[in-house]
Design a protein around this ligand. Structure first.
Ligand code: KG4
Ligand code: ZN
Length: 324
């Protein structure tokens, strides 16, 4: 492949397009976030997200081409997120990608969003080579993966209830921070004492996680504080709460490495941006900050390792709400 891979991502509330070379250099990566739009609802409203994707998809792809100084003539493959995610949101990206693939005879690779997160590690300059043990922690998923090669991994652990990012977001909401709250909680935690409060780390058998008890523990702690005490303790609460999540994730990732036999550790997904986690696991490989949260460069990256559908058949591709 000498041309470019166009990546398209619309699985949740980011409309994103990117152009990546066959060797994993990012020529353009445009992410139009809808955070502002969903902020007042305290979460993503699927119908609102789909409508905004529809408005943004074409300008975002055009902007990516402009930034890369490219046209569709040099695009050799399109990678689009087809699962998992909000069906109405996925349909916008997939319909757009199918139309371009069919009209311009460009092969289309169906990408699983989670494979995309892992493939954020295959871009330059990280360019990590499997095998490794990977923690994928985002707003929707918390998975431990044995990554065998660039097109194949196995799930060895997952969350039984909330995702780690969801735990961050729910904690942030209890502390009066905005949505999505992970990044703000991270910022607040930096000013707090992580040893002031003790929050539980769930003991779940095997390599799974559970975060729902942690969130309830924070709820009760907040409820027992007076308004004045709460105001004075917010940073300490954030730091202590973050520490409990970080310890749960770090502990299980190290245990998972024992099980997979792959000693190298890597972290991807929105929660991999967390500064506490990055400090705790400083020998591990983290996706670069800009590639932790949803983007299309990671989707284009994954498309390099997935067999594409010939353009004549691309119109048959469908979306799926659950992971591949
Ligand atoms: O990967 P991502 O962008 O979207 C999904 O695929 O879900 O992850 C978003 C999640 C949100 O829950 C957000 O609060 C969390 O990642 N997040 C963080 C940080 N930055 C984003 N959580 C903790 N610390 C951060 N710095
Ligand atoms: Zn994601």
């Amino acid at each position: 492949m000498s041309g470019l891979v166009l990546g398209i991502e619309t699985s949740c509330d980011e409309t994103a397009a990117a152009l990546v070379t066959a060797t994993g250099e990012i020529r353009a990566s445009i992410v139009a976030s809808q955070d502002e739009l969903h902020h007042r609802f305290g979460g993503v409203v699927p119908e609102v997200a789909s409508r905004r994707h529809l408005e943004l998809i074409e300008p975002v792809v055009e902007e990516a081409l402009t930034v890369a100084g490219a046209t569709l003539d040099v695009v050799e493959r399109i990678g689009v997120t087809r699962s998992p995610g909000l069906v109405g949101a996925l349909l916008v990206g997939v319909s757009f990608a199918k139309a371009v693939s069919w009209a311009r005879s460009i092969p289309l690779a169906p990408i699983d969003h989670l494979h995309g997160h892992v493939a954020s590690l295959y871009l330059q300059p990280t360019n990590l080579d499997p095998p490794f043990t990977c923690l994928l922690a985002s707003g929707g998923h918390t998975l431990l993966l044995a990554v065998h090669d660039r097109s194949r991994y196995e799930v060895v652990g997952s969350t039984l209830d909330d995702a780690a990012g969801e735990a961050f977001d729910k904690g942030a909401r209890l502390l009066g921070l905005g949505y999505p709250g992970g990044r703000e909680l991270d910022r607040l935690a930096a000013q707090g004492d992580p040893d002031r409060f003790t929050f539980p780390i769930a003991r779940v058998p095997g390599l799974d996680f559970s975060f729902s008890g942690l969130k309830t523990a924070l709820l009760y702690t907040v409820r027992d504080l007076s308004t004045k005490e709460l105001a004075a303790s917010r940073a300490d609460l954030a730091a202590s709460y973050q520490l409990a999540i970080v310890e749960a994730l770090a502990r299980r990732l190290r245990e998972a490495a024992g099980t997979t036999g792959y000693k190298r550790l890597a972290l991807v997904g929105g929660v991999a941006a967390n500064s506490g986690l990055r400090a705790e696991l400083d020998g591990a490989t983290f996706a670069p900050l800009a590639l932790c949260t949803d983007n299309a460069a990671m989707i284009a990256s994954a498309a390099r390792y997935v067999d594409p559908i010939p353009p004549a058949d691309s119109l048959e591709m469908d979306v799926s709400p659950s992971r591949a």
